[in-house]
Design a protein around this ligand. Structure first.
Ligand code: SAM
Length: 235
């Protein structure tokens, strides 16, 4: 019986990978990824040459039994995603679940995660947090925002280039005076962090670059804004 390694990869900067992750990727028989083009950039950088197996939302029902079969035959496999920690707003949960159901050992190799990194630089309480990932795009979105406006924990959201302005407008509508932290392009060349209210961010939106990947952290309902530092910090 082989093992399934769940390996965290960088969220931008290729140096943000652990020695153990590299050793694991070098030692396994097969690398299971979302997109071979993305994973190949990382593997080429570290001169790792292994066969790939692609799983994504479209093909996983068909492919998972094949992977389970390979592990049962003795192959060690590493699951990676395009960025950060697999299974965190990324594919892999069904594979891990299936491995557990088949008594296959699942070994986590920890590393980068955009939500945790953003929390670590937000300067907001982290003793109690709620991770919502991507909000629903249509159905249930307004209801979720309404619920979050009463949330007593620090809220962590993921957002893409396409909807960040819309999300700031919605936060402004549902939580107008709330302190928020927007972390853009973490670990990458144009990394920056915005701090303040959604309204403050929207008022200067035309001066900001709103392209890239974003983590949005919203302070808890009773967080006192005067305790927070406002303004931008750019690497
Ligand atoms: N598995 C990943 C992780 O561990 O963070 C998350 C994958 S999810 C499909 C992609 C989302 O994560 C992006 O839309 C963005 O919200 C966030 N994200 C990933 N990389 C980021 C980065 N370098 N800076 C800011 N946000 C990032």
């Amino acid at each position: 019986m082989g093992k399934l390694y769940v390996v965290a990869t960088p969220i931008g900067n290729l140096s943000d990978i652990t020695f153990r992750a590299i050793e694991t990727l070098k030692s396994v028989d097969l690398i299971i990824c979302e997109d071979t083009r993305v994973t190949k950039i990382l593997l080429d950088h570290y001169e790792i040459h292994k066969p790939f197996f692609v799983i994504n939302a479209k093909n996983e029902t068909k492919k998972i039994p094949e992977i389970i079969n390979k592990i049962e035959q003795g192959l060690n496999c590493a699951l990676v995603s395009d960025a950060g920690t697999p299974c965190i707003s990324d594919p892999g949960v069904r594979l891990v679940n299936s491995a557990i159901a088949n008594a296959i050992e699942v070994v986590g190799i920890p590393g980068a995660n955009a939500a945790v990194m953003a929390l670590s630089i937000a300067g907001l309480p982290t003793d109690s947090i709620v991770f919502e990932g991507f909000l629903p795009q249509k159905k249930g979105r307004q209801k979720k925002l309404q619920e979050l406006s009463n949330e007593e924990r620090t809220i962590v959201l993921y957002e893409s280039t396409y909807r960040i302005k819309k999300l700031l407008e919605e936060i402004n509508q549902y939580m107008p005076f709330r302190h928020i932290v927007v972390a853009r392009e973490l670990t990458k060349k144009f990394e920056e962090t915005w701090r303040g209210t959604a309204s403050e961010m929207l008022s200067g939106i035309e001066k900001r670059t709103i392209k890239g990947e974003f983590v949005v952290i919203i302070a808890a309902k009773d967080f006192k804004c005067r305790d927070a530092i406002h303004g931008d910090s750019t690497e």
